[in-house]
Design a protein around this ligand. Sequence first.
Ligand code: FPP
Length: 261
Amino acid sequence: MVADTPEALIAPAADVPARERLPQHVAIVMDGNGRWAQQRSLPRTAGHREGARTVRRIVQACNERGIGALTLFAFSSENWQRPRPEVEVLMNLFMTTLRGEIRRLDDANIRLRFIGEPSAFPSTLQDYIAKAQRRTAGNTGLTLVIAANYGGRWDIARAARRVSEEVLAGRLRCEQITPDTLRHYTCLADLPEPDLFIRTAGEQRISNFLLWQMAYTELYFTERLWPDFGPADLDAACAAFAGRERRFGMTGEQIARGRRA
Ligand code: FPP
């Protein structure tokens, strides 16, 4: 893990790595909306609104750069504990953003997916989510995954429950259960695992995000608050990623030999 430098944060677009060194799946914890608002003596909710604008910019930037998948942690299972008015603003923001953006996303060939437990959301939001997924299901550009009412432990527990159901139904024996069996039942099993995880606003935690999926993900932390995070910051994170050696448990020599072969 390499902390980014102020220079890296303002890396010009020319530093964008070649396509083969780009992360194919980027996962982001969009932190710092509240602090952005507080710094301006605004209510926290103003930070979330600005954060939604950043979402639009970063989705477009990922799509333009040819990144295959972007997963955004929009609302964690723990976020219900926030003050009720803030939760309500976030729900409304998801709804209005979905309503306002769906055509643009579809026109840009973006496939929208949601992961998490939707049943706790207002029914109108659940309907929008279902409609948006159906409408964009055939698109072949960026896959945009919104994690909403999602938690990594929830994801793993849900997978374990499904595997148990298979065992109880007699379709699987306990001794046949491998990590790959469980993986098959986790969210995003059909996508490559995230190559790059970005967290904004200085916190260096995963916070119950994609726990299973991020076993070998490269972690990148930046002080930039989410509302201020822009395409140049995304490029800086991708450039840092391109400079990392990913060993997946092997030695550096083995990796170099594999590259030469
Ligand atoms: C964390 O910042 C941010 C959230 C809990 C919400 C993220 C939501 C958005 C960016 C809005 C729109 C999203 C979509 C997908 C339309 P924080 O409030 O914890 O900030 P703080 O740590 O500075 O208090």
